[in-house]
Each structure stands twice: as C-alpha cells, then as structure tokens.
Design a protein around this ligand. Structure first.
Ligand SMILES: C[S@@+](CC[C@H](N)C(=O)[O-])C[C@H]1O[C@@H](n2cnc3c(N)ncnc32)[C@H](O)[C@@H]1O
Length: 363
C-alpha cells in the first residue's frame, strides 16, 4: 500500500492512497476517510472550546491517527494525546504521523480497546469505530473521568433510521421509525442508548453536542458522577408517536403503536459551546464544518422531532411551501419554529399539524 502526505486543517497527515476503497469492507490495511474531514474539524473545534489544559485524551480507535494528531497539533491547550489502534499497520502510520508533525504531546499504542482501558482512565475518550460504537461505550464511560468527555461516531445509519429495524432493536434496544424525521430519531436513539448504558453504571451523561451529517452521527457527552445524576439523565428518555391528524407527540411510557423509542427527548446541544466553537473557526477548516455549527446554532432544541416539508405537503394534499417562509409564518403566529441542521426541507415547531395546515397556502 502506498502512503502519501496531505494537509488537513493545519496538520500534515500521512494517509493511505485508498481511492474509493474505504469503509468496513475496505481491502486497505489502514483506514482513512476524507469524507470524515468535517467530523475531524468539528472535533478540533470542540477541543478548542472545551478541553482543559493538562487533559489526557485517548483517541481509542485511531486508524491513521488523523483525529488525535490534529487534536495534538491544532489545540493550544496543553493536552496529552494517546492514539491507539489494534492494527499493527495503523500503529506504524500513527507513529509516522507523530514524527511528521514533530509532536511532543502525542504517543501511539497498539492495543485492543478492552485491554487498554482495563486499567487506565482519561479526561476525554474518543470512539470512532466502523459502524456502531455500542460495544465500546460501557467501558469508555467508566474510564472517562468525572466532568470529562466521551465522544462517539456512528455510521450504522440503516438500523438507526429504520431500514433494518431488527438490528436497531438488537443493538440499541429501541424501535426506529422510517419517516422524514428518521435521521433525528436515529440520533436520539443513539444518544438515548448511550445515556441508558451509562446509567447502568450509575453515571449521568449530558449530551453537549450531537448532530447528524451526510452519512454519520456524532455525539459528545459530559460525564457526571452518581446514581442521582444517572436518574436525572433518564428523565429525558421517552418515546415519540405519530398520528396523521395530530402529528408527533412525546410520551414518557411506550405507546401501543406508531412510535419510535426509547430515545433521548432532551436537548442535543449546549448552545454556549456551539457559539465558542464558531468563534474558533478559521479558514484552515472546511466551510462544511462552519455550516453545520451555524445551522445547529440557529436551530431551536425542542420539541424532539421535526416535520419534513414534502411529507406534510403530501398529507395536506397541497404543494410544498418554502420552508423559511413557513417558519416565519409560524413564528408570527406565536409558535416556536426553526429549520433543522441537516435538512433544508425540515422544520421544527411546537405547532401541531392542524395549526401548520392553516398556514399552508392553497394551490
Ligand atoms: C473508523 S476507523 C478510525 C478512523 C479514525 N478515527 C479517523 O478519523 O480517520 C476504526 C479503527 O478502529 C480500529 N479497531 C477496531 N476494533 C478495535 C479494537 N477492538 N481495539 C482497538 N482498535 C480497534 C481499526 O483497526 C480501525 O483502524
């Protein structure tokens, strides 16, 4: 396999020339996905906004080390970054990347995740697996220090968004829903399951930044200690039900039919963190990363669902409206309303379907 050196952000990265041969089925021995650059840019911005000097950070499933190397190179705070990967080839590449950037604050390790975390702890544990992070979460949450961060990526969109409901049930103990809101429901199932896994170990988790983009889900959690904080987190676990006359509604217990969940019904972002991240954005990062954060910043956080313009228009047997205009009209009528960070045709509002229908212009 040939390696080449590229620049991402302000960092030199030695990566494999894989072309389109990426993902879990890839024949490449080392994993690097250029389409995940927005994920890495946002992780760097998150680190700039949240990480404290002296933090020990573990990039537990590092691949080439792209994410950990960038954290070590691009964040001024005095962080110690350990980048780990089970694969010997990945480990050698991580070492090349540390050398290429002359990093004194980064180290490489070549261990199986469970073995590594059996007796070490960190202020921030980053988990970026192939597919689902579910099998890494229990140990990672236990090994993250109180007040620290655990961050996860999930790319198993088919189960989480309802194309493979049995897999979603097995993996996340939750029922997904195929609808215009399926990606938000997928994100909330992922967050809800992670919070429930932490609660098993008497830890509360607060999602401080969670979003969906393109082909991946991403969530950063702050860890709290004590069964009471776990109970408080669990108060945000519930269900969303669909009714074609009334629209979506939130429930504490499991409805009989047409529901999705259990899922996270609380807020997905700490807006102060998003604002701080936006202040740190600079031209070395992708416009895409800035756009994702700007959209998150302008999005209201509740209710825990949104409507999709085409879906609602077809239900009303009416032509789709301009999403921005409908959001304005809803606000003028005194409802809360905003767009949705990942879908231009999505709108979030506390208005019900009957009230939304009244604002739809006739043909
Ligand atoms: C999706 S890749 C990581 C991508 C990387 N974070 C990036 O931004 O490019 C997942 C990596 O996890 C490693 N891995 C899978 N299972 C592991 C385990 N049980 N312990 C340690 N590493 C593992 C794989 O070798 C692979 O390199």
């Amino acid at each position: 396999m040939t390696l080449s050196t590229i620049i991402e952000g302000q960092t030199k990265l030695v990566v494999p020339d894989t072309g389109k041969d990426i993902g879990p089925a890839s024949k490449a021995k080392i994993f690097y996905n250029p389409a995940m650059r927005s994920n890495r840019d946002i992780t760097v911005l998150f680190g700039k906004a949240v990480a404290k000097p002296g933090w020990n950070v573990l990039d537990a499933l590092g691949g080439t080390g792209a994410k950990g190397i960038r954290l070590a190179n691009e964040i001024d705070a005095d962080l110690e970054i350990q980048i780990n990967d089970l694969s010997e080839d990945a480990f050698q590449t991580i070492k090349k990347n540390i050398k290429a950037n002359k990093l004194k604050n980064a180290s490489a390790s070549n261990m199986e995740f469970n073995a590594l975390l059996s007796n070490s702890g960190y202020e921030w544990i980053e988990i970026d697996p192939f597919g689902s992070p579910v099998k890494f979460v229990d140990l990672a949450v236990r090994r993250t220090s109180k007040g620290g961060i655990m961050s996860i990526t999930a790319t198993d969109t088919a189960p989480l968004c309802g194309a493979k409901p049995e897999t979603c049930q097995r993996r996340y103990l939750a029922r997904p829903m195929k609808s215009g809101c399926c990606h938000e429901f997928g994100l909330r199932i992922l967050v809800g399951n992670t919070v429930r896994r932490a609660a098993v170990h008497d830890y509360g988790l607060e999602p401080v930044l969670a979003y969906y983009h393109g082909h991946y889900f991403r969530a950063f959690f702050r860890k709290k200690k004590g069964a009471r904080t776990a109970n408080a987190s669990l108060e945000n676990i519930g269900y969303v039900q669909w009714d074609k006359k009334k629209g979506y509604s939130v429930h504490e217990s499991q409805p009989k039919e047409d529901y999705v969940g259990p899922l996270w019904t609380g807020n997905l972002c700490d807006s102060a963190i998003v604002k701080r991240m936006l202040k740190h954005w600079d031209e070395s990062l992708t416009k895409e990363s800035q756009k994702i954060l700007q959209n998150l910043d302008s999005e209201i956080s509740q209710p825990p669902y949104h409507y999709h313009m085409d879906e609602v228009a077809s239900l009303f047997e009416s032509p789709p409206q301009k999403t921005d205009s409908l959001v304005d009209e809803l606000r003028k009528k005194g409802f809360e309303a905003s767009g949705v960070h990942y879908n231009r045709k999505g709108f979030r509002t506390n208005a019900g379907l009957t009230q939304i229908k009244k604002l739809f212009k006739k043909r």
